[in-house]
Design a protein around this ligand. Sequence first.
Ligand code: GAR
Length: 189
Amino acid sequence: MKCIVLFASGSGSNVENIVEYFTGHPEISITCVLSNKRDAYVLDRCNKLGVPAFYFNKAGFTDSPLVLQLLKCIEPDLIVLAGFLLKIPSDLVKAFPNRIINIHPALLPKYGGKGMYGKHVHTAVKAQGESESGITIHYVNEQYDEGAIIRQFKVQISEEDTVDQIMTKVQSLEHTHFPGVIEDLLLGR
Ligand code: GAR
């Protein structure tokens, strides 16, 4: 069985979607969800879904190697950042080469980098008057949103679309495509 560890900081709609997709999967399972936000809604979702979930603080993540050691014990085949907003420490990136992926709610390299997350991204896309946006699934390296791109998916947006409507369109792309891309990577497809 291949196993996934998910990292999330927020609402966790992607986590819920990924967990549901892999429930009962013959070759892939979700080991646990890790969050840096004690009050993140993703932790409530995990309680409802019956998925093991852990909160960690800065002392365990950036100031000590404890999260890294935990991951080394778990030996995940893939670490998936699903709405995780902290930079991954370089020792963690080095310990899991090409085994950490992230989803970004825009067509990188546009609208990436520090501060570009969640609604900030869609606000910037709207301000630029873009006619399309989308999602990027990419490997994680030591820079925000700069690792090699695995897959991108696009959606048309119109001038009338509000920031919230753009966000809804992009989230729908995430929910449609992210689990399948994870599955393809793990099964070498
Ligand atoms: C998602 O749209 C994801 O692409 C984005 O955070 C949202 C989390 O939603 N990630 C980033 O912006 C990373 N830079 P969710 O908590 O409902 O899954």
